[in-house]
Ligand binder design. Structure first.
Ligand code: DQA
Length: 157
């Protein structure tokens, strides 16, 4: 009997209002919609031999539930918790329970915006943080996770 190892899986989580990407404050968040970002992540995942799952919710509890479900099912997480970055101890605690690498992504540079955005409750839980690079931040995060997990030969994005 041969057990084929399961393909590595990366879960991407998008927090509140990111369903409005493309229309919402495009001068800050850009003109690319969420469906396009998710499709590109899946395509890159295909190229780099990982399965990419995507999830968006405007609800804190739903995000906590999805993180809990992901335990033992995924090999890495990309998360843009949006406004919950700055407020959610619940999402922080859910991520702390995981043992996989986590990359925190923000489209905008939260450090050069309003003071209340400077603090991320996840920054010290995440393996790394990518801010201010727009949608490229998601694709760079995926590349970084692929390298960390070690499923494909290292290449540039
Ligand atoms: C954001 C930054 C947050 O401060 C904000 O609430 C968002 C998006 C970003 O991607 O730049 O909704 O996470």
């Amino acid at each position: 009997m041969s057990d084929t190892p399961r393909q590595a899986t990366i879960l991407t989580i998008h927090g509140p209002n990111l369903n409005l990407l493309g229309q919402r404050e495009p001068e800050i968040y850009g003109r690319t919609g969420l469906a396009e970002i998710d499709a590109k992540l899946r395509n890159l995942g295909h190229r780099w031999a990982v399965e990419v799952l995507t999830f968006q919710s405007n609800h804190e509890g739903a995000i906590v539930d999805r993180i809990q479900e992901a335990a033992d099912q995924v090999d890495g997480i990309i998360i843009n918790p949006a406004a919950y970055t700055h407020t959610s101890i619940a999402i922080r605690d859910a991520l702390l329970a995981l043992k996989v690498p986590i990359i925190e992504v923000h489209l905008s540079n939260i450090h050069r915006r309003e003071p209340f955005r400077h603090k991320s409750l996840l920054a010290d839980v995440a393996t790394g943080q990518i801010v201010g690079l727009g949608v490229n931040g998601y694709y760079l995060a995926l590349r970084a996770l692929v390298d960390i997990i070690g499923t494909a030969p290292s290449t540039t994005v």
